[in-house]
Design a protein around this ligand. Structure first.
Ligand code: HEC
Length: 175
């Protein structure tokens, strides 16, 4: 009898051990796979974040995209130095038409125009001013900006191309 009991005990002990071992190692594998995945996901995020950090506003950087609208090339073209008279006109127009939603150096309802020519082509900026409805509907950057502004659309202020050009010149002076 004693021997039988011992055998039973040993069998039970063995089966428990094997069960635990089986499920234990199974869980172990799942956990380590999980942590591997999270490490892999974390890496691209970490790579993207520093690349985006220098740009004060969203929408990424694309200097080749000219946007959608009447402006195919900037006229007069951007000079090597700022045209101060034109920039002064642009600043006045900006104060009248844009400051309800834009601050020069801080994000407000719309992004800050500071440094805009480091992330957008001059044609894109003018098309955004002159044709914002179509831009936010079709242009990849403007679409992204609309999302980041929680769907608040940039208003068409019905400026002339000449007035938009003056504002573009003013944007070059914002420090
Ligand atoms: C009613 C608010 C409003 C007014 C007025 C407005 N904007 Fe905007 N603007 C926005 C919003 C919001 C965005 C982001 C895109 C969107 O959500 O449509 C934007 C985006 C822009 C962009 C793109 C910024 C970037 O980082 O790429 C430029 C350039 C711009 N506006 C210039 C102007 C100028 C110049 C005026 C005045 C003539 C003006 N805006 C008037 C709300 C406004």
């Amino acid at each position: 009898m004693k021997l039988l009991k011992l055998t039973f005990a040993a069998l039970i002990a063995l089966s428990i051990a094997s069960c635990n071992g089986g499920s234990g190692s199974g869980q172990g594998t799942t956990t380590s796979e999980g942590s591997n995945q999270s490490t892999t996901t974390a890496t691209p995020e970490n790579t993207t974040t520093p690349a985006e950090t220098p740009a004060p506003a969203g929408g990424g950087v694309d200097l080749n995209n000219k946007g959608i609208g009447p402006v195919k090339s900037v006229n007069p073209p951007l000079g090597a130095s700022v045209d101060k008279v034109l920039a002064q006109k642009g600043e006045e127009l900006y104060k009248l038409n844009c400051t309800a939603c834009h601050k020069p150096t801080k994000k407000f309802i719309g992004p800050a125009p500071k440094g805009i020519l480091e992330r957008r082509s001059p044609e894109w900026v003018m098309n955004m001013i002159l044709n914002p409805e179509e831009m936010v509907a079709k242009d990849p950057i403007a679409k992204q900006l609309l999302v980041e502004a929680n769907g608040a659309p940039m208003a068409n202020q019905h400026l002339s191309e000449e007035q938009a050009r003056a504002i573009l010149e003013y944007f070059r002076t914002i420090e």
